[in-house]
Write a protein that binds this ligand. Structure first.
Ligand SMILES: N[C@@H](CCC(=O)N[C@@H](CS)C(=O)NCC(=O)O)C(=O)O
Length: 234
């Protein structure tokens, strides 16, 4: 396939836009990166690209695709690779359903506790959010990682990144990275609490250490921005 012309409208501090960077890099696709300043109102030209004014947006040979989950899925579908098998035969469809359920479990059951932590008004609230986050990991995510036992660290025991890590990697960077005490966003007790979920720990650490996941990551400015935006003012 000839190289498509790809433009990614993004902001590197946005976890949703970050998904598109991971998918493009891991698929070996070149792209032009256009940074959208999120501190000022969107300019009219960008609202024509994406009427919602959000990042990311992807232009693929002139076709506009928005919403990060859809962008990542599109890249995996248009450029088949280790990220995602084709939808048939039925074994593949079942694998894809399991992968989608895994991502859904992570975002619906675990990530809300991360946002609660960032918005916590006290250390006690942050500790409680970390406990709830770890409990959700143990209950909802750890059982879905049974296949990594004795195999590769990524979803389903894969040695290579999959669409599951494309969708969740930017949030894993924040959940684990922000538990360093200097950020004051996630309880420093979280790493110890996650010892109860050894598969999750292995999966998450392998994911955040993968170059396609962390190549745009700049922890301190992202943490500072998140604190300024979400943390309650004293
Ligand atoms: N559901 C959207 C969420 C994207 C989103 O919320 N992006 C934020 C930045 S992280 C944004 O563009 N916000 C616009 C603004 O802050 O004005 C997706 O997954 O793409």
């Amino acid at each position: 396939m000839s190289q498509p012309k790809i433009t990614l409208y993004t902001n590197r501090g946005c976890p949703w836009a970050h998904r598109a960077h991971i998918a493009l890099k891991e698929s070996g696709l070149n792209y032009e990166e256009v940074t959208i300043d999120l501190k000022t109102p969107r300019e009219p030209w960008y609202l024509e690209v994406n009427p919602r004014g959000l990042v990311p947006s992807l232009s693929y040979n002139g076709n506009i695709i928005t919403e990060s989950g859809i962008v990542a899925q599109f890249i995996a579908d248009a450029h088949p690779s280790h990220l995602l098998p084709p939808s048939g035969p039925v074994e593949n469809a079942l694998y894809r359903a399991r992968l989608a359920f895994f991502v859904d479990a992570f975002f619906s059951k675990v990530v809300p506790h991360f946002f609660a932590s960032v918005k916590s008004a006290s250390e006690e609230e942050r500790d409680a959010a970390a406990e709830a986050l770890a409990a959700a990991v143990v209950k909802e995510v750890e059982p879905l990682l049974a296949e990594i036992e004795g195999k590769g660290p990524f979803f389903g025991g894969s040695e290579k990144l999959t669409l599951a890590e494309v969708q969740s990697g930017s949030f894993l960077l924040r959940i684990l990275g922000f538990s360093k005490p200097e950020h004051g966003l996630v309880s420093a007790k979280l790493p110890a609490l996650l010892e109860k979920a050894p598969r999750f720990k292995r999966w998450a650490e392998a994911t955040i250490n993968h170059e396609s996941v962390n190549f745009i990551w700049d922890e301190k400015p992202v943490a500072d921005h998140m604190r300024a935006k979400w943390a309650p003012k004293p």
